[in-house]
Design a protein around this ligand. Structure first.
Ligand SMILES: Cc1ncc(COP(=O)(O)O)c(C=O)c1O
Length: 396
C-alpha cells in the first residue's frame, strides 16, 4: 500500500486514533438494538460510545437524528427502502451510466423484483443533471422515493430544485452524499438539509472515517422508521468498535485541519482535471465540484481496462466507470480519479503536477502504441520517491 498511489475515489487513510478504536476490545462486544431497548444487554460504557457517535454526527451535519449503526452505505440505503416502501412502489434514481450507485435500486439488487425502478440521466450536451427530465419522470411515475447522489457524477446537486420536484409529486427526497460527505460537513458542497427528508452516506471515502454507513434526518417519525429498519429490519449486532471510530472521525471532521484538508482535496481535484483537459483528454462536464472527476475515453481506441492496467503497473490505482450511453460496467469508457487519499497523504499541487504528467503521458503513449519500457522504469522511480516522501502513517 505504501508504494501505491491511491486514486480510487472511495479510498482514504484513517487516523491512528481510529485505527486504535477499530482494533480495541470493543470488537469483542456483542449488543443488539438501541439504548434502553437492547435485545442484548450493553454496558453503560457502550451506550456512552454510541451516544457520543450520534451526537458528533448530528453536530457535524447539523441534523436532529442520526443512526450510526449501518454496516455500509448499501445497508444505509437498504434501510431507507425497508422504512419507506411497500411492494410495487416506484423509485426514481440516477442511472448508472450517469454516475448513479446500484444501491439506489435496479438491476442485480435485492429490491429489483419488488419495486418499480426508473432512472434519470444527464443532459447529452452538458453532461449535467437534467432537472426537467426528473420533473417529467416524477410526474409520470409518481415515485415514492427520489434518490439523488452518485458514485461518479462530479458536480453539485440543486437540492432546492429537487425539493420542488419531490413536493410536487409527494415523494420522499433522499440524498446519498457518500462521495462528498466531508465537503458537505465543511460547506465546500451544498448542504442537502433543509431540502431533503433523509441523508445517507458512507463514513469512509472523503469523510475519512471507518468503513460503514450513516443515516441522518430532521424528522422524528422518519428517524423512528429508520431505526426500526436498521434493527431488527435488516441488521443484527452493530459493530461497536466501528461506531467508536465513527465518533472519532466525526469529531476530527470538525477540526480546522480537516477544513484545510477539504480545501486541498478540491484544489487537487480541480488542478488535475484541468491538467488532463489541457493535455487534450476529455473530462465529463469539463471539470469537478467534488473530490472526483471522470476522464472520458469514448473517442479513444485504447480501452479503459488497458489504461487501468498500465497505471496499475506503475503503482497508480484507478478504476473504470461507465459514462453516459455505456450499456454496462463491462463496456465502461470512463476512468474515475479521486483525490481524497493522496491529499490525506500530503500530496499538493507539486505532486499532482508530476502525477498529471505521468498519467497523461501513459494515456497518450498507449493510444499511440508508443509506451516504452525505459519510460515506465523512469516513472516508477519518480513515483516511488514521492511515496517515500509521503508515508501513509508517518512515524511520530
Ligand atoms: C454514492 C454511493 N452510495 C453508496 C455506496 C455504497 O457503499 P458501500 O460500499 O459501503 O456499501 C457507494 C459506494 O461506493 C456510493 O458510491
Amino acid at each position: 500500500m505504501e508504494a501505491t498511489i491511491e486514486l480510487v475515489a472511495s479510498e482514504n487513510y484513517i487516523s491512528k486514533d481510529q485505527l486504535f478504536a477499530l482494533g480495541s476490545i470493543l470488537c469483542d462486544t456483542t449488543i443488539e438494538g438501541y439504548e434502553n431497548k437492547r435485545f442484548l444487554w450493553a454496558s453503560s460504557f457502550v451506550d456512552e460510545i454510541e451516544n457520543a457517535s450520534i451526537e458528533a454526527a448530528r453536530s457535524l451535519f447539523k441534523a436532529k437524528y442520526a443512526n450510526v449503526q449501518p454496516h455500509s452505505g448499501t445497508q444505509a440505503n437498504q434501510a431507507i427502502f425497508k422504512a419507506l416502501l411497500q411492494p410495487d412502489d416506484c423509485v426514481l434514481a440516477m442511472s448508472p451510466d450517469s454516475g448513479g450507485h446500484f444501491s439506489h435500486g435496479g438491476k442485480g439488487t435485492i429490491y429489483k423484483d419488488w419495486i418499480k425502478f426508473i432512472t434519470y440521466g444527464v443532459d447529452a450536451n452538458t453532461g449535467l443533471i437534467d432537472y426537467n427530465l426528473i420533473f417529467r419522470l416524477a410526474k409520470k411515475h409518481r415515485p415514492k422515493i427520489i434518490f439523488v447522489g452518485a458514485s461518479s457524477y462530479p458536480r453539485t446537486f440543486d437540492f432546492e430544485e429537487l425539493k420542488h420536484i419531490s413536493e410536487s409529486v409527494n415523494s420522499y427526497l433522499i440524498a446519498d452524499i457518500a462521495h462528498v460527505a466531508g465537503l458537505v460537513a465543511t460547506q465546500h458542497f451544498p448542504h442537502p438539509f433543509p431540502y431533503v427528508d433523509i441523508v445517507t452516506t458512507t463514513t469512509y471515502k472523503n469523510l475519512r472515517g471507518p468503513r460503514g454507513g450513516l443515516i441522518l434526518t430532521n424528522n422524528k417519525s422518519l428517524a423512528n422508521l429508520i431505526d426500526a429498519a436498521i434493527f431488527p429490519g435488516i441488521q443484527g449486532t452493530p459493530l461497536v468498535n466501528t461506531i467508536a471510530a465513527k465518533a472519532i472521525a466525526f469529531s476530527e471532521a470538525m477540526q480546522p485541519d480537516y477544513y484545510q484538508y477539504s480545501e486541498d482535496v478540491l484544489l487537487n481535484a480541480r488542478f488535475l482535471s484541468d491538467f488532463f483537459l489541457n493535455r487534450g483528454i476529455p473530462i465529463l462536464t469539463g471539470g469537478t465540484d467534488t473530490p472526483l472527476f471522470v476522464l472520458n475515453f469514448k473517442s479513444f481506441e485504447t480501452s479503459v481496462k488497458t489504461i487501468v492496467h498500465e497505471l496499475r503497473n506503475l503503482g497508480i490505482n484507478t478504476n473504470a466507470c461507465p459514462v453516459p450511453g455505456d450499456a454496462s460496467f463491462e463496456q465502461a469508457h470512463g476512468l474515475r480519479i479521486g483525490t481524497s487519499a493522496i491529499t490525506t497523504r500530503g500530496f499538493r499541487i507539486e505532486e499532482c503536477e508530476i502525477l498529471g504528467n505521468i498519467i497523461s503521458d501513459v494515456i497518450i503513449s498507449t493510444e499511440k502504441k508508443s509506451l516504452a519500457q525505459s519510460k515506465i522504469e523512469g516513472y516508477k522511480e519518480i513515483l516511488n520517491n514521492i511515496c517515500q516522501q509521503h508515508p501513509i502513517y508517518p512515524i511520530c
